[in-house]
Write a protein that binds this ligand. Structure first.
Ligand SMILES: [Zn+2]
Length: 109
């Protein structure tokens, strides 16, 4: 039952540094905790891998709902507020960027 989603497979080797790069390209300028404004936020992972954690639906409008989110986390060093990044949406965004990047490099040739 230890099945890894297709999206997770695509984020193997994706590091906290890569997440930072993605955030910068998405308009991020500096770390600010969304709750307290503190500037030190710890991304959970190692230099080799950004860690993802499963959040499963426990109550929805559907019986035996199997949906869930795989999320990366960044925790505020000051107030402990947890910032979550959706694996599925991260993969979607990265794919959009990839297709835009390959379009512009094709035009450049
Ligand atoms: Zn905070």
């Amino acid at each position: 039952m230890d099945h890894m989603s297709e999206e997770l497979e695509q984020l193997k080797g994706f590091t906290p540094y890569d997440l930072m790069e993605h955030l910068r390209q998405s308009g991020f300028s500096e770390w600010r905790c969304s709750m307290c404004g503190h500037e030190t936020i710890n991304i959970i992972g190692t230099a080799e891998q950004l860690f993802f954690f499963q959040m499963k639906a426990s109550l929805t409008d559907t019986e035996s709902d199997t949906r869930g989110f795989d999320v990366a986390m960044a925790v505020c060093d000051n107030c402990a507020h947890v910032h979550l990044y959706s694996c599925q949406d991260l993969v979607k965004k990265l794919k959009q960027k990839d297709s835009k990047a390959s379009e512009s490099s094709e035009k450049g040739e």
